[in-house]
Design a protein around this ligand. Sequence first.
Ligand code: AMP
Length: 114
Amino acid sequence: MTDTIFAKIVRREIPADIVYEDDDVLAFRDLNPQAPVHVLFIPKRPIATLDDASPGDAELLGKLLLAAAAYARAQGLAKDGYRTVVNTNTHGGQTVFHIHVHLLAGRQMHWPPG
Ligand code: AMP
């Protein structure tokens, strides 16, 4: 896959407002937040899209969701709730091809999404 801006963030080549990190996962605030809390959870090992994920990525994908849930809980966001989103390819609205989970919180979310 081609290098992305998120891979550069993992390598600390460009700055980001990092809020969580472990061996496998990095989380940072979205540059263009769509809610009072908008954090992106990415694997350090890049996978371009959900469509590129394979069974061998199951544990890593699970870690992304669990890291988002733990962050939301620790920030006191879980009781009111939040939304987690993975956009895939063009119709999904994906713009950065390094898989990421959006965590959106701090306001009422609506359905269906736009
Ligand atoms: P998606 O459209 O699902 O691929 O989401 C990509 C997200 O990355 C968008 O919400 C952008 O605002 C965000 N984004 C792009 N560049 C950066 C950056 N350098 N730091 C933080 N967030 C970014």
